[in-house]
Design a protein. Sequence first.
Length: 339
Amino acid sequence: MQAHTDMATDESADPDTPAFQFTDFSYTYPQGGTGPALEDQPQHPTGGECVLVNGTTGAGKTTFCLAAAGVLCHEYEGRTTGTLSICGRDVRSYTDMGGEIGKQVGGVVFDDADAQLIFTTVEEEVLSGLENRGLQAEDVQTRLEEMLAFTSLTGFRYREPHSLSGGQKQRVALAATLASGTACLILDEATAELDTAATESIIAILARLKEAGRTIIVVEQKPPRALAAIADRVITIEDGRLTRDETAEEFFATYTDETEANGDRVETAGVARKGEPPRVVVQNLVHHYGTTPPPSRESVWISIRGGNSSPSSGGRTAPGRRRSSNTSTAFCALRRGGR
Ligand SMILES: Nc1ncnc2c1ncn2[C@@H]1O[C@H](COP(=O)(O)OP(=O)(O)OP(=O)(O)O)[C@@H](O)[C@H]1O
Ligand SMILES: [Mg+2]
């Protein structure tokens, strides 16, 4: 993957200007019965910095992302106090979300890529980001090729986004956001649903963007250790407040991630009764999507007993058989088809 030189210059954030500056800021949702979902966040990531945001469920991480992207102040009702500046400008002085703030912070990449991908091809998704930038037609074409290459999506450009794997979809969501020319990138649990390889491919892209001077905010409740390679700081939010702000070295020195704790598989606490027949048996299943790509020659063999978790990383294969990386998806597709 080779980033165009413009990615390193035109779109990098100013290293001397805080990307986000919250001053006595608080936000309460319209139905926020229990008080503010976000209160003063005294941290000021600058250009080229990568900040990992951590916190338990309901802590306010997504609310923080929405605030930092300008969405809370421009598109949500609710009560805001204090000020927030984005790339040196008060959030309210931006006239619109799309073009103006989009140039600074191109939106948030969420965990559910399906909800974010609305066009019929990968290429159209990326073009939608480029078209907001008022570029000349030939520049649009050049940037499109660069962005597809940068995110390893060139071979998927005519594919329908919803037909891609989870990791590929996240790369499309990332490419579409980057295409808007954003200097800051915000990812909210963007790798939460991905396996180790797909997560690492996203982190490799982030590493290159960081090198190019982008400010990166990565929200992960259970951060993969690979993030230690790019994160500068880790902040922890609890009950809407920032409670810890430490270096990535400090945070990861005492951190154990889920894959380290459990191997690559999360075991269930259920108990299988001895001699009980498997509840689900899949034998020699071959499935392929549509007729254009060649059918997979790999077959799927799964046996699930009471108390077993369903396969989370490719499924079980009979001894001597190659493991199918599409097992889970194929299995769900068949289920949806009612067979
Ligand atoms: N649209 C909304 N209206 C009212 N309250 C909301 C809304 N969205 C979130 N909240 C509340 O704000 C608080 C923070 O929610 P938020 O989604 O930011 O947490 P989070 O840290 O992202 O959690 P998770 O890890 O589960 O995604 C929670 O108490 C939540 O119930
Ligand atoms: Mg969240």
